[in-house]
Design a binder for this molecule. Structure first.
Ligand code: NAD
Length: 473
């Protein structure tokens, strides 16, 4: 059955879209249309921002306890709607059903509760010799999301915005909007005051600029490609809005001499194949000491071959389809480029995985003998493609790792935590996972260089939604 979403959630009500056109949402495994969503027009965008502006005066004056109560109620309702979230992630993004809860849903519920616990950060006052330094909500926020972790990315913005006392207009990606509509139903169900959260959908290149430049928006938080992120910053600049950009990456994973190779390589391969490689902080460049290269290649091949790409409904599938056919075409193009550049295909290659002959599937691929000048080593591919590179000294490894134009994440596995931390401190990236660390909602996340500006998650993620004021006697 095709789900038809023809209304937007504005001012606490489901209102019919002004425009006449819709976007078809395609299941990337079956290539069948699973939903249609209305495309917002300028009138819808204006109505959403007006509702958010109207609600701001009251919501920004609520107590931390009141906001926390709403957010905890939302988290409880998210628990109750888990099955709907699973269906939405499987049908629009192709996430393997058996992985959906752990990969895409438990984290956002935890995050909603985490940010609920930060509501009273707004009330913290620093006092210094008669001067008061206070925090206040930044205002009306424009929130623009990508498709790869739709619920997680959404809560990474909506959570701190609600906790800070901001109101918001949120736009999902064209590929995965149904998740956001479930969240709007949840906010409606828990009685969140009208206008605090407003949802519109539509074509990013059309309404994204209207949102980024909107005169009633005080800040824009954007997650997506570097190309669109630059456009958002340009649109927001004339009205001097705060802009938080979470963009692309090409993160390096240094495995140092003395590391437990079995554990490190397995961690690295699984990291890149997670969510079919559509993870902005995926550790797509694995840097290996010359001395253990042969052993690493053997482990990587074994771990890679154990992955099964195919039907997201099958319990044995570990890698689902890419989000859309255009992504399959793009990734297959990169695989062909890698082969042409002389990289060695350890696992995978161009074309459909075994037993699959339709849908947005690619073969999870590991390239060995990759050199830093190759395009596959420099450009963000955004698919299940790992590049293994050799290094001769740790200095050279750090230099290669930091030579990227991106700086979103990184990882180090050394003989122990102390040795890994020493290297981690030299990685030019917003995060560094050592000895097999994983994503945490309380860890600040964001980019150096062209991976973005600002932070999400943790206290730093909350602070993006707060203004600082000095009251001076
Ligand atoms: P995208 O830039 O195409 O789209 C992201 C969002 O921006 C969508 O909602 C889209 O509709 C909207 N959009 C498109 N053009 C716009 C414009 N001109 N102005 C405003 N909004 C516009 O990116 P994508 O393909 O959806 O996502 C993949 C990219 O996102 C990858 O590069 C990935 O690394 C990055 N990403 C980064 C993070 C992070 O936290 N740093 C997280 C997830 C994804």
């Amino acid at each position: 059955m095709i789900q038809k979403l023809s209304k937007f959630y504005i001012g606490g009500k489901w209102v019919t879209a002004h425009g006449q056109t819709v976007t078809e949402v395609v299941n990337p495994a079956s290539l069948e249309v699973c939903a249609t969503v209305a495309n917002a027009t300028r009138a819808d965008v204006d109505a959403a921002f007006e509702a958010a502006k109207h609600a701001f005066d009251t919501w920004s004056q609520t107590s931390a306890t009141q906001r926390k109560t709403f957010m905890l109620a939302a988290a409880d309702a998210m628990e109750r709607r888990k099955d709907d979230f699973v269906d939405a992630h499987v049908s629009t993004l192709g996430v393997p059903r058996t992985q959906a809860v752990e990969m895409q849903i438990d984290g956002p519920i935890e995050a909603m509760r985490y940010f609920a616990g930060l509501c009273d950060r707004v009330d913290e006052v620093e006092e210094s010799e008669g001067m008061l330094i206070t925090r206040e909500p930044v205002g009306v926020c424009a929130l623009i999301n990508p498709w790869n972790y739709p619920l997680l990315q959404m809560i990474g913005k909506v959570g701190p915005a609600l906790a800070a006392g901001c109101t918001m207009v949120e736009k999902p990606s064209e590929e995965t909007p149904t998740v956001d509509f479930i969240m709007a139903e949840i906010f409606d169900e828990i009685g969140l005051p009208g206008g605090v959260f407003n949802l519109i959908s539509g074509i990013g290149s059309e309404i994204g600029p209207l949102m980024s430049a909107h005169p009633l928006a005080d800040m824009v938080s954007f997650t997506g490609s570097t190309r669109s992120g630059i456009s958002v910053a340009e649109q927001a600049a004339p009205s001097v809005k705060r802009v938080c950009q979470e963009l692309g990456g090409k993160s390096a994973f240094i495995i140092a001499e003395g590391a437990n190779l079995e554990e490190a390589v397995e961690y690295g391969v699984n990291n890149v194949f997670l969510n079919a490689g559509q993870t902005c902080d995926a550790l797509t460049r694995m840097l290996i000491p010359d001395s253990c290269y042969t052993q690493v290649v053997e482990i990587a091949q074994r771990v890679g071959l154990a992955h099964i790409a195919g039907d997201p409904e099958s319990a044995s599938t570990t890698v689902g389809p890419l989000v859309a056919m255009r992504q399959k075409e793009l990734i297959d193009k990169y695989l062909a480029i890698g082969i042409e550049e002389g990289a060695q295909v350890l696992v995978g290659g161009v074309g459909y995985p075994q037993g699959v002959n339709t849908g947005a599937f690619v073969k999870p691929t590991i390239f060995a003998n990759v050199t830093p000048d190759m395009r596959i080593a420099r450009e963000e591919i955004f698919g299940p493609v790992l590049c293994i590179m050799k290094y001769e000294s740790i200095e050279q490894a750090i230099e290669i790792a930091n030579s990227s134009e991106f700086g979103l994440s990184s990882a180090v596995w050394a003989k122990d935590k102390v040795a890994a931390t020493k290297i981690a401190k030299r990685m030019r990236a917003g995060q560094c996972f050592i000895q097999g660390g994983y994503f945490r909602v309380d860890a600040p996340f964001g980019g150096f260089k062209q991976s973005g500006n600002g932070r999400e998650w943790g206290h730093a993620g909350m602070d993006e939604y707060l203004e600082i004021k000095a009251i001076i006697a």
